[in-house]
Design a binder for this molecule. Structure first.
Ligand code: C2E
Ligand code: MG
Ligand code: MG
Ligand code: MG
Length: 293
């Protein structure tokens, strides 16, 4: 009887898996075409100083509009691109676009701070990644000091020694390194101490129910205190309310990102967030929230 049940549940899982893989396969083949047909674009979300509320930089986020599937979230298609081996090409495309846009802003005389680009695990682990980044910087003329790469804790835990070496080489180029979604992975404090990183991004799951959720408050406070102790910059993700912003600021957090300040928007819609140099017509402050995509 146990055998029978085992077989049935096996059949059940096979069916579920088949359905899942059909969707995956469809997305995979759509992704192949997407690069060629220009179906991706980037949006940029300002990162603001919590005191001045001015943009200190931007995070580039990929968007995909497929004619049949519609808008597909990167949270859905990036993992599929990773398993299909497409992430290297997509990741490089994102990096190049972001650096080109950054160069255009600099050429137009804006102070943009830094542009953050998300890097997927397989990209970071691939030999030659550092050289590829260097190549994009030299092709586009975008300064390394204006580039920030966002990586997650979990991708640093695989082959830690190799990752530390890769990060050191990126840091030596003058690139800033941020740990994205911090607090959701498993990095030990000892390992964190060894990493050549500059910025911790508090995951939005710890920001969501502030200031009411006292556990989240304690976690956010601990991350901010740890960042200060390790001399790292700390930025909070997913700030949606004034109460969250004030609470984080009181804990010593200096930077934030979130819908309260600005949604991710197309480069041409970000005028209000771009800082003109002091010599030009007065600095603009963050005032309105742009539109997503
Ligand atoms: P992430 O890097 O942690 O990006 C933050 C996500 O939170 C973005 O979602 C952003 O639009 C969203 N967000 C920003 N402010 C708020 C807020 O106040 N409230 C809420 N609820 N959400 C907010 P998005 O653009 O859908 O991206 C999801 C994830 O997909 C990213 O998380 C990142 O892991 C990945 N991703 C996006 N673009 C790229 C890319 O170019 N390359 C790679 N490898 N991954 C990317
Ligand atoms: Mg990110
Ligand atoms: Mg994040
Ligand atoms: Mg995330």
């Amino acid at each position: 009887r146990a055998k029978q049940e085992g077989r049935n549940s096996h059949a059940f899982y096979t069916e579920q898996l088949t359905k899942a893989s059909v969707v995956q396969l469809r997305m995979q083949s759509a992704l192949y075409g997407a690069l060629a047909s220009n179906a991706f674009h980037l949006v940029y979300q300002p990162k603001v100083d919590l005191n001045s509320r001015k943009a200190m930089g931007f995070e580039a986020l990929i968007r995909w509009h497929d004619p049949l599937l519609g808008f597909v979230s990167p949270a859905v298609f990036i993992p599929i691109a990773e398993s299909a081996g497409l992430i290297h090409e997509i990741g490089l495309w994102v990096l190049r676009q972001a650096c080109m846009q950054g160069r255009r802003w600099l050429d137009a005389g804006y102070e943009i701070g830094r542009i953050g680009v998300n890097v997927a695990g397989p990209q970071l682990h691939r030999p030659g990644f550092v050289e590829e980044v260097q190549q994009v910087l030299s092709d586009t003329g975008f300064p390394a000091a204006c580039l920030e790469l966002e990586i997650t804790e979990s991708m640093m835990m695989q082959e830690p020694e190799q990752v530390i070496d890769t990060l050191k080489r990126l840091g030596d180029l003058g690139i800033m390194l941020a740990v994205d979604d911090f607090g959701t992975g498993y990095s030990s404090l000892n390992y964190l101490k060894k990493l050549p990183i500059h910025i911790l991004k508090i995951d939005q799951s710890f920001v969501r129910d502030l200031p009411d959720d006292s556990d989240n408050g304690a976690i956010a406070g601990a991350i901010i205190a740890m960042g200060q102790a390790l001399r790292l910059q700390v930025i909070a993700e997913g700030v949606e309310t004034e109460a969250q912003a004030r609470f984080l600021s009181a804990l010593g957090c200096q930077q934030a990102q979130g819908y309260l300040f600005a949604k991710p928007a197309a480069a041409e819609d970000l005028g209000a967030f771009l800082l003109s140099p002091p010599a030009a017509a007065g600095q603009k402050t963050v005032t309105n929230a742009g539109k997503d995509r």
